[in-house]
Design a protein around this ligand. Sequence first.
Ligand code: UFG
Length: 342
Amino acid sequence: MKKQVLVSGGAGYIGSHVTVELIEAGYDVIVADNMSNCDLTCFEGVKKITGRTDLPFIKMDFCDKAAVDQLFTDYKIDAVIHFAAFKAVGESVAEPLKYYSNNLISFMNVLDAARTHGGCNVLFSSSATVYGEAEVLPVTEQTPRLPSTSPYGNTKQMCEDILRDSVKAYEGIHGIALRYFNPIGAHPSALIGELPRGVPNNLVPFITQTAIGKRECLSIFGKDYPTEDGTCLRDYIDIVDLAKAHVAAVSRMVNGKMEKEYEIFNVGTGRPVSVYELVTKFEKVNNLKLNYKFVDRRPGDVMAIWADTKLANEKLGWKAERTVEETLAAAWAWEKHLAENR
Ligand code: UFG
């Protein structure tokens, strides 16, 4: 019988790509989302890509404890991937309680339902933000976490800890936290991709929206960092590669391959790329000129971070495969698809 995976926040950017890869790897997927930060565009795209017109979709809020419990009663869930969370760093500073209540309560509801329904494999979507401004690069999973500068970052650290403590205390719960670096790009079909509401906070959607004419000019935050070209360094991971890391982590859990009941993996490429490099690569691969200017540093940005990916490569048998150029071409194809279809 096929294993069943619940994807909370499954209609969003990362959740939709993960759903596609899970289905293609032979899993049954239940998508659940409260649609607070997305519409049905990506869910419809997932159905088209996979041909699964009957893909279950449940509109629900994971802060609703009774609804989460009902879901675990209605379905036999072998693994849950928890994406349902708010993710805007700046907003979290302005509205910390919104972030703490949503991000923590929804995750605790999942764990409690897992506990009371006889256990479950739980994959938590964490972030490289837990490392802060690391002293030694690249960062390994052993690199100490640093105090977060935002409530958003705090919720990632707290959820990791809640998962670690829960697997220790409750029999039958196993957990993996994946620490994402900078996910970018879109599915090669251009049927799903990132769909930010309002002005994008992140670099690549801002680039593609500038290229299509939705935004006038990209601001590059900071030209005076002590890096080769003066701009920040990040580890940009292709969204399909990232999604495949989830499939590898889920199969490690459901096939009983974990070496400890709680494991952490970095999900990145291991390659640092500067903001300026990314902009010029985008121009080159898509054969266009982007309107951009250099402005002051953005408060809270770390200068440089990239992943040591050895652990994920060895233990998950996973490796990022797509080149930055392929990823930037896919991001642009998605933006053009949106312009033609919305
Ligand atoms: N940048 C610009 N202009 C923009 C947007 C971003 O120059 O319009 C720069 C940033 O200064 C940074 C780089 O592009 O140097 C990447 O910025 P993003 O906002 O795309 O990503 P971050 O690395 O800041 O954010 C990521 C994750 C967050 C996480 C954060 C913690 O997306 O979830 O790391 O540092 F919280």
